[in-house]
Ligand binder design. Structure first.
Ligand SMILES: Cc1cc2nc3c(=O)[nH]c(=O)nc-3n(C[C@H](O)[C@H](O)[C@H](O)COP(=O)(O)OP(=O)(O)OC[C@H]3O[C@@H](n4cnc5c(N)ncnc54)[C@H](O)[C@@H]3O)c2cc1C
Length: 339
């Protein structure tokens, strides 16, 4: 406040602007501020696209109401940044609002949300529907061919047990393979799984073979007015093939036995707040690990602010260009020819 005051800025706090006309700003309480140039730097209206999407999704209105924001002003998202009430739709940054965890509309939040969603998408999870009552993003996972085979066949199980030396060692082995299987997910994902389907009964083959029995087919054909024996044999073979294909499809479906859930919601890591207040001065507040609480102001905070800006640039080229720009502005003043 002192720095701004010294620069000739009159700061008014707790004042609500209720309107802006051609040449004056109207304040609540009836006061009017005449102006020559009005520069509005507060409050962001939603983009038409954001409002349009929010109004198209039925659950968005209720979600907005629950956090007391005007409907259509933000896309309400769940802790996995999935748009509430929509399938396979994500939102991040200023256009979004995380239900239950209201975050400031800053680049710091938007950047971390971008990195979070990049990991989520690159890990191949199905997003599903956004909302609190919905399951998190998930993956249906097939078990290994050997594991499925030993699960199905008593002989293979016995063989495996004999080879590894008993049931306990087999169980320990399967726990190790399960742990290894989970390790291929990113380290921050605590993947967990649940059984989805039981293996199909294996005695169906006998029943199927009986249904496709050549004698039965011939008898059915005779009852229907007789049939060529060669054609009946072909029909029997076709029947057996169809039953075998169906059984194989059922077996494959049963192999998808586990669902991995992405159970790490987005968490914002606050790296601090910095604000430039003009006249080469800034404010800096850094809090971390419960024991760092750094509050700086003035020229040193300004240097820190500048160094963060430089390190955050995406390329070496940008860093150099911006440094030159700063030096140029210091010597010749700010270039406002484009405004
Ligand atoms: C003056 C000012 C100072 C700020 N200072 C800081 C600061 O010091 N630190 C900080 O952390 N944050 C700061 N912020 C906030 C920060 O800029 C935003 O939080 C951040 O940029 C949000 O990123 P975003 O990707 O969500 O949105 P944006 O950066 O706004 O990106 C949205 C993009 O979408 C594009 N777009 C919009 N509609 C469409 C459409 N229909 N089709 C295609 N593209 C479209 C826009 O053109 C834009 O490029 C400041 C903001 C302002 C205005």
């Amino acid at each position: 406040m002192e720095t701004l005051g010294r620069s000739g800025v009159e700061v008014r706090t707790n004042v609500k602007v209720v309107g802006v006309t051609k040449n004056k700003v109207l304040l609540a309480g009836g006061e009017e501020l005449p102006y020559g140039v009005c520069l509005w730097s507060a409050g962001n209206a939603p983009r038409p696209l954001v409002s349009h999407i929010a109004h198209k999704i039925r659950d968005q209105a209720a979600a907005a109401e629950s956090v007391r924001v005007p409907p259509g002003s933000k896309l309400c998202v769940d802790p996995f940044l999935r748009v509430v009430g929509a399938t396979d739709l994500l939102a991040l940054g200023d256009c979004s609002l995380v239900l239950g965890n209201r975050l400031p509309p800053t680049a710091q939040v938007a950047g971390q949300q971008g990195a979070y969603l990049a990991h989520l998408i690159n890990s191949g999870y199905s997003l599903g529907v956004g909302g609190y009552s919905q399951p998190p993003p998930f993956q249906a996972v097939k078990r290994g061919a050997l594991q499925s085979a030993t699960d199905r066949s008593a002989l293979l199980r016995w063989l495996a047990m004999t080879m590894v030396g008993g049931r306990q060692r087999l169980e320990a082995g399967s726990q190790v393979s399960d742990a290894l299987f989970r390790m291929d997910s990113p380290p921050w994902v605590r993947a967990h799984s649940e059984a989805l389907t039981a293996a199909p009964p294996l005695d169906e083959h006998g029943a199927a073979a009986a249904a496709c029995d050549l004698g039965e087919v011939l008898a059915a054909a005779a009852a229907a007015g007789g049939a060529d024996p060669a054609a009946a044999e072909r029909a029997s073979r076709e029947c057996l093939r169809a039953v075998a294909a169906e059984a194989e499809a059922r077996r494959r479906a049963a192999e998808v036995e586990e669902v991995r859930y992405w159970d790490r919601p987005f968490e914002f890591l606050n790296l601090g707040i910095m604000a430039y207040v003009g006249s080469d001065k800034a404010l800096t507040q850094v809090e971390a690990f419960d024991w760092i609480n750094l509050k700086l102001h003035g020229s040193f905070a300004f240097l820190l602010w500048k160094s963060v800006y430089i390190t955050k640039q995406v390329s070496f080229r940008n860093r150099v260009l911006i440094l030159f720009d700063w030096m140029k502005a210091k010597v010749f003043g700010r270039d406002i020819s484009l405004f």
